[in-house]
Write a protein that binds this ligand. Structure first.
Ligand code: UT7
Length: 321
C-alpha cells in the first residue's frame, strides 16, 4: 500500500511586497536581495491569519481532488507561526472547512514541516489507520520577523499550500528520509512567549527570528543533497530518473548549489521564490500547486520533494505522480 497526492491548492495574502519597498525600511537594495537570494517579492499578511490562508488552500485542494470536506479523515497542519497557541491551527481550519469527521492537529518542523507532515501522513495511511488526509503548510512569518533586521526581513513571505492525499495500491510515495539535529537549534531560532509569572521574569528574550545565515546556508548545501541521495537510494532509483526536484524555496544560490552537487540539470529545479520569498512550511505545497495548476505535473513523473530549515531539520521524499 502507498499514498498519492490527488489534489493541490494554495493561497497568498493580497499584499505583494516588492524589494523596492523594503529599501524604505532597512539599508538594503533590490540588487543585493536579487543577487544574494534570488527573491524579488513576497506576499505579506494585512490581516489574513495562518488559519484563513490554510483553509483557503485546503478548499482549493479539495476542489482539485473532487472531494468533500466531510470525507477528510485526517487534517494535519504544518506551521511555525500559529495565530494561537491553543486551539491548534488545524482545529481552526477544520471548523472553517466543516471537516467534522477529521482528526486535526498541528506539526512544527519549521521549513521541513510540510515534508515531515507528508511523511507522517504516509505512516498513518500505509498502516491502514486512515484512508485519506488533507495536509497544509501555512505561515504568517511576517509577525515573527524583526522588520529592522535586514539579514532576515528580506527573506520571508506569508502564504499557504495544501494537498489532499489518499491510499493507493500503485505509484505514489516511493520512499522518504527525515533528519533532525537539535544541537544546531541556535542558528535559526525564535522565542514564542516570555516566561512572565509572579515568580519569574525572563530577561534577554527575543520573540523574533534570529538567524546565522551563513551557517544555515552551508548546512543546506551539505545535508540536502546527501538526504536526497539517501531517499533516492531507498526508492531504488538515481538522480537521472528524477523529472523534477521540488525543493524548499530559501535561496536561489542554495538551490543552484544543490543541483550542482547532485550533478542534475538546474532546469529540473522549479523556482518561485523570486515571487513569494521563503514561506517556510508553505513553500513546497505552494510550488507544487503552481506546477499542478500549470499542467506541469504529468502522471508517471518522478518527483523529489525536499525540505530543510530550523531545528535543524531536513529530509526528502520521492513520489511517482
Ligand atoms: O528556510 C531556511 C531559512 N534560512 C535560509 O535559508 C538562509 C540561508 N542563508 C542565506 O540565504 C544567506 O546567508 C543570506 C541571504 C541570509 C545572506 O547572504 P550572505 O551572502 O551569506 O551574506 P552575509 O550574511 O555573509 O553578509 C554579507 C554582507 C554583510 O556586510 P559586510 O559585513 O560584508 O559589510 C552583511 O551585513 O551583506 C550584508 N547584508 C546586507 N546588505 C544589504 C546582509 N543582509 C543585507 C541586506 N542588504 N539585506
Amino acid at each position: 500500500m502507498s499514498m498519492k497526492i490527488i489534489g493541490t491548492g494554495s493561497a497568498l495574502p493580497t499584499k505583494k511586497l516588492e524589494n523596492e519597498e523594503l529599501t524604505k525600511l532597512v539599508d538594503t537594495s533590490d540588487e543585493w536581495i536579487r543577487e544574494r537570494t534570488g527573491i524579488g517579492a513576497r506576499h505579506i499578511s494585512t490581516g489574513e491569519t495562518v488559519a484563513d490562508l490554510a483553509a483557503d488552500a485546503c478548499r482549493k485542494a479539495l476542489e482539485n481532488a473532487g472531494r468533500e470536506a466531510s470525507e477528510v479523515e485526517l487534517l494535519l497542519v504544518a506551521t511555525c507561526s500559529p495565530e494561537t497557541e491553543i486551539p491548534c491551527t488545524a482545529c481552526q481550519v477544520q471548523k472553517m472547512l466543516g471537516a467534522g469527521n477529521a482528526v486535526a492537529f498541528d506539526l512544527n518542523a519549521a521549513c521541513s514541516g510540510f515534508l515531515f507532515a507528508l511523511n507522517t501522513v504516509y505512516a498513518y495511511l500505509t498502516a491502514g489507520i486512515y484512508r485519506n488526509a488533507l495536509i497544509a503548510g501555512t505561515e504568517v512569518l511576517s509577525k515573527i520577523i524583526d522588520w529592522t533586521d535586514r539579514g532576515t526581513c528580506i527573506l520571508f513571505g506569508d502564504g499557504a499550500g495544501a494537498v489532499m492525499v489518499e491510499q493507493c495500491v500503485e505509484g505514489g510515495m516511493m520512499g522518504f528520509v527525515q533528519h533532525s539535529d537539535g544541537s544546531k537549534g541556535n542558528v535559526l531560532a525564535c522565542g514564542s512567549r516570555k516566561l512572565e509569572n509572579p515568580w519569574f521574569l525572563e530577561k534577554d528574550f527575543v520573540p523574533y527570528v534570529r538567524m546565522d545565515g551563513r551557517e544555515v546556508f552551508s548546512f543546506a548545501v551539505r545535508q540536502v543533497p546527501a538526504s536526497i541521495e539517501e531517499a533516492l537510494g531507498k526508492s531504488g532509483i538515481t538522480v537521472d530518473d528524477v523529472d523534477l526536484f521540488v525543493l524548499h524555496q530559501a535561496n536561489r544560490r542554495i538551490i543552484e548549489s544543490i543541483a550542482q552537487r547532485l550533478k542534475a540539470d538546474i532546469s529540473k529545479f522549479p523556482i518561485n521564490l523570486d515571487r513569494v520569498g521563503n514561506m517556510s512550511s508553505a513553500a513546497i505545497p505552494v510550488l507544487l500547486d503552481e506546477l499542478n495548476s500549470q499542467g506541469k505535473l504529468i502522471p508517471g513523473m518522478t518527483l523529489v520533494l525536499s525540505g530543510f530549515g530550523a531545528g535543524l531539520t531536513y529530509g526528502a521524499c520521492v513520489i511517482k505522480w
